[in-house]
Structures are given as C-alpha cells and as structure tokens.
Design a binder for this molecule. Structure first.
Ligand SMILES: *Cc1c(COP(=O)(O)O)cnc(C)c1O
Length: 370
C-alpha cells in the first residue's frame, strides 16, 4: 500500500542536489568532488543522494562508519567509499568484504590494521590544527615515517586533513586556514615519491573560499544540500536547499484571554486568539528550543509557535491567517514570497543548519522529487 504523507514529511529534490553539485563544481578551486553522505546524507537519504550523484559522474563518497558504508554497497553504489571515522577492529573484515576505504586515525590504529593480516584499503588522516584525529602535521618526520610504514603494509590510497575555520572570513581564520593547508602540503611533499592518488584537504567552505596546491578533491557535504557552512556565508547563486519539511494542521480552535497554551503553561493568552495544532513534534526532530520562538508558514504567511513543542505536536497562532483544518504547514521551505531555511531555524536556536537537517528523525517520511 502506498504511504499517505499527511502527518509530517520531507520532500527532497534530487534535481536540486544535482544542481548544487554542478554549481559547486563550477565555483570550486578543485576539479573533483568527494560527496560527503554521512548521517544519511545529512538527513536527505544517503542511498538516493549517492545514486543520483553517481549517475552524473561522482565516483567518490564519504561516510562516517561501516554501517553507512555497507548501506551504500548494498544499494549498488560502485564508487570508492571512504569511512571518515572509527571502525572497531571487530568490524574490519567488512572493510575487505565490501571494498571500503578506512581512515587511519592514529599510528596505534594503523598498527592494529597492519596486524590484522589482510591488506586493507586506507587513507591517513593528518591533523593540521583541528585536534580531532590524525597524525600531527607539526612533526613532518614522524608523519613521513608513519605514511611510509602504512604504504608498505596496507593499501594506502592517500591522505587528507580537515579544516576547522574555512567558513569564516575573519582575517585570523583565513590565516589559520592557510597555515593548515601549508602544514598539510609539507607532509604531502615529504612523501611525494609514493604518488598517492587521494590527496585532499578542502570541505565545502574550503573548496569555495580557499585553494590548495595539494589535491584535486573537495570533500563536499553541506553545500550539496544547499545549506551554508556558516550563517554569515553567501553561497554561489544557484545553490539552494534541497529539502522542504511539511506537516498539517490537525485542529483549529479559539482560546480566550487568561488561558494558557501547552506544557508548563509558558504561553499566556492575552486576548482571544485562534490557534492551530501542527502534527509534528520533537520526536520528529523539530527542535524543542523553538518553543515560543520559531514560526511556520501557512498560505504565504508567518504563524508564530505558541507554547512548548510537544513530542508529537505543537501549537501556532493563526489569528491573522486564513487557514483551515488539514491545511499544509511549511516547517522548512517556501510559501508565497516567504521562506524558512534550516540555516534560519538553526540561527533562531543557536545551532547550525547541519544539526537541524541531521536531526529530522526516521519517522518523518522522505519523499523524493526528481
Ligand atoms: C563532515 C566532513 C566533511 C564535510 O564537511 P561540509 O562542511 O559538510 O562540507 C568533510 N571532511 C570531513 C573529514 C568531515 O568530517
């Protein structure tokens, strides 16, 4: 039976993902992109996004863990799949079985993989200032020694670093980013003779606003989905959010002055008003911090959230809006001349667009538009 999308659902435009990818490529300082589809493609659906990108010639994908990697293989993705994070040693046989590339997080981890026996495909992480994973690029000799060891005992495909302030245009951040790229290039130069095919250091922001001699790839995540690395960024014309989040009004009623709305009675009704109940809540990933703060769009108008977001529902003020029970409500997306992006929503509650889209839960149905 076909599922009816009438409670809470997202509509994902795969043609917009393609458009975002192509506009990105046209504006990026690198030739190739590695599509970052971790966390279910930031909530957009890793299989669908990877398939559409593979169909336009993208052959490299990055995920966060082995389960995400296997999901892509089971869906028939043929390109290289790189795991950016930790794979427990008990799971390592799956790297070989599914032909997955593993990041070497540390020299200890490299030793574990070397001791595993069979040769595993991998890329070394180089730490140039993020202090998350990788070999410390300040010690070029140590990096060189480690990379040579890995290339001898493993199938070392390359190395990469990660930039941590490439999305800021503050001068001190630009300087830090340039230093990170320089540190990475020093390591790359020390092992030039190994001719490693995968050398990369740019994320979405890096590829748009920086350049690196080392490497012809950008690892692009957020820009594929049409969101900004940082709220202050201006993306190239044509990169737009690929996802809209919709719900419906399940009930409309009048409440009277002196009453309160929702848990904790945090909203006091000052004069008689018309409120509508929306059938989405924090268990769908609609952030509770939007309580008494956020708004939704109905028929081209803004409807403010009143009271606390509940687990499965929330209430909005529709006193000034012409609307009916079962009308569509836009949580993210466009309505008339107005729009709410995940970046706007994130800004309201002090987080980033990444978190907003990643948090949309499994029970929110995904609908794909081509
Ligand atoms: C998540 C991630 C990316 C993608 O970053 P965006 O800002 O979404 O482009 C790139 N590289 C690494 C190592 C990551 O963890």
């Amino acid at each position: 039976m076909k599922k009816v999308l009438r409670r809470s659902w997202v509509e994902i435009s795969l043609s917009q993902v393609v458009e975002n990818c192509q506009v990105y490529q046209a504006h990026s300082s690198t030739e190739n992109i590695m599509a970052v589809v971790k966390a279910d493609a930031y909530g957009h659906g890793a299989v669908e996004v990877s398939k559409i990108l593979e169909s336009i010639g993208v052959c490299n994908f990055a995920v966060s863990n082995i389960d995400e990697a296997i999901e892509l293989r089971n869906a028939g993705i043929k390109g290289e799949v790189l795991i950016l994070g930790y794979t427990p040693i008990e799971e390592v046989e799956n790297l070989i079985r599914y032909d997955i590339v593993q990041t070497l997080l540390s020299s200890e981890y490299a030793t574990q993989l070397i001791n595993y026996g069979s040769k595993i495909k991998c890329q070394y992480a180089i730490d140039t200032g993020m202090n998350r994973i990788g070999l410390n690029a300040d010690d070029v000799h140590m990096c060189e020694r480690e990379i040579r060891r890995a290339s001898k005992y493993l199938v070392l495909m390359g190395m990469y670093t990660h930039l941590c302030v490439a999305d800021s245009d503050l001068q001190e951040c630009n300087i830090f980013t340039e230093e990170q790229i320089q540190k990475f290039e020093n390591v790359v130069t020390a092992v030039k003779d190994l001719d490693l095919p995968y050398i990369h250091c740019l994320n979405s922001a890096g590829g748009l606003w920086h350049r690196a001699d080392a490497g012809e790839f950008s690892r692009v995540g957020i820009a594929l989905y049409g969101l900004k690395p940082d709220y202050l960024n201006i993306l190239p014309e044509g990169i737009k959010p690929a996802m809209e989040w919709k719900s419906v009004i399940s009930m409309i009623k009048t409440v009277y002055a002196g009453e309160t709305i929702g848990y904790g009675r945090t909203y006091l009704v000052e004069k008689d008003m018309r409120i509508a109940t929306v059938s989405t809540g924090y268990a769908d990933g609609y952030d509770r911090r939007l309580s008494n703060k956020g708004y939704v769009l109905i028929n081209g108008k803004k409807a403010p959230i009143v009271g606390r977001i509940c687990m499965d529902q929330f209430m909005i003020d529709v006193s000034e809006i012409e609307c009916n029970i079962y009308d569509e409500v836009i949580l993210l997306g466009n309505s008339g001349a107005l729009s709410i992006t995940a970046d706007d929503m994130a800004h309201t509650i002090g987080t980033i667009g990444y978190e907003v889209v990643c948090s949309i839960s499994k029970r929110v149905q995904r609908k794909y538009i081509y």
